[in-house]
Design a protein around this ligand. Structure first.
Ligand code: GGG
Length: 354
């Protein structure tokens, strides 16, 4: 199979972890006789520095010419304490999602058995947890009108959803539930927010087309609590952009670390695959970032965009094998990990490839 992959490494540790993701793709191509070609493009802070634009036109053009995108991360601490900054790295990521119509963000919460001890949640509440989040990605407060009043003393962000936007992601989530344990939890704040009442109304309507799926609705506050109290009660979780962003960071503790969570952003055309973590400038350039979220994103790409199930399975087996052999990056190490088994980014990549 021939495929053309655009690598958008972005900022901070995005560069380091994406390099490992690409090496894994190369190993898979060699092992299974595929031909993957690559191009690179800028985004985020790196793009602002080079072009004055967090999402250069060339990045969109190259994205549309590719079969899939391997993405790293965006962000830079210099913007965090500068509320007046007009250009921000995150505009690049939100912009590319919108430009490519990537409205559904799949975030699997997969707990590798070997990492039971790495989580801050007690193992007896965790074993067997397996959740697939569907985070809506091109609507909500992230894309609604925002601004300040004239004297800049009041600010607003508009939380907005259309029936169409909710329905198309709900259908994707119900379809996925049908292939899993046939349970779906829709998360909103319908007791307070009008956009959430529309969300719930549309999800209830779509649910009628899937009578086999056991549906529940939870408010975001209750869902946040239940996720930690009893993660195994969840199968597919369907939620909006903001709630999904927050809940999946919380859910990363079920998998042991933010460094373990991969994602697939899909719509009606090409897919974009990225770790859920950001640019983590505190550890950037130190060679200690966990590359497994990028590697697991590669597995999602092979499966979802290219339909290469055995190849995806091979990547998952490699991750499992390395973890079983006791190797860890420092974010997933625990008291039982001996110092020689704590690997840096490149060494972890080399182990996986071996
Ligand atoms: N790889 C994910 C990433 O770079 N996250 C930083 C970020 O800007 N996140 C905002 C979002 O995912 O909506």
């Amino acid at each position: 199979m021939k495929k053309h992959i655009l690598v958008i490494a972005g900022d901070g540790i995005g560069q380091e972890v994406t390099a490992v993701g690409k090496q894994v793709l190369e190993r898979i191509a060699g092992k299974f006789g595929h031909e993957f070609t690559y191009d690179e493009a800028l985004i985020g802070h790196a793009a602002i520095e080079a072009t004055g634009n967090p999402l250069p036109e060339a990045t969109i053009t190259k994205s549309k010419a590719s079969d899939a995108i391997l993405f790293g991360a965006v962000g830079h601490p210099k913007y965090d304490n500068d509320p007046s900054a007009k250009l921000r790295p995150e505009q690049g990521l939100l912009g590319i999602r919108k430009a490519l119509g990537l409205y559904a963000n799949l975030r699997p919460i997969k707990l590798f058995d070997e990492l039971l001890g790495a989580s801050s949640i007690k193992p007896e509440f965790l074993q067997g947890a397996d959740i697939l989040f569907f985070r809506e990605l091109t609507g909500d407060v992230y894309f609604g009108e925002k601004g300040r009043n004239e004297d800049r003393s009041t600010a607003y962000d508009t939380m907005i959803y259309s029936r169409y936007e909710v329905e198309r992601i709900a259908v994707k989530a119900f379809e996925a539930a049908m292939t899993r344990r046939k349970k779906l939890c829709s998360v909103d704040k319908a007791n307070v927010l009008e956009s959430s009442r529309l969300w719930r109304e549309v999800v209830q309507k779509v649910a009628k087309r899937y009578p086999e799926v056991d549906v529940e609705h939870q408010f975001i506050d209750a869902a946040a609590m239940l996720l930690i109290k009893d993660p195994r009660r969840f199968d597919v979780v369907l939620t909006g952009n903001l709630f999904g962003d927050i809940l999946t960071d919380e859910a990363s503790q079920i998998a042991g670390s933010m460094g373990m969570l991969a994602s697939a952003s899909v719509g009606d055309t090409i897919g974009l695959y990225e770790p859920i973590h950001g640019s983590a400038h505190d550890i950037a350039g130190k060679g200690v970032a966990n590359p497994l979220a990028s590697v697991l994103s590669v597995a999602l790409m092979l499966d979802i965009s290219f339909g290469l199930k055995s190849e995806a399975e091979t990547v998952l087996t490699a991750v499992d094998t390395v973890l079983k052999a006791g190797y860890r990056t420092r974010d997933i190490a625990d008291g039982n990990t001996s110092s020689e088994k704590i690997l840096g980014t490149e060494a972890m990549g080399a182990r996986l490839i071996a």
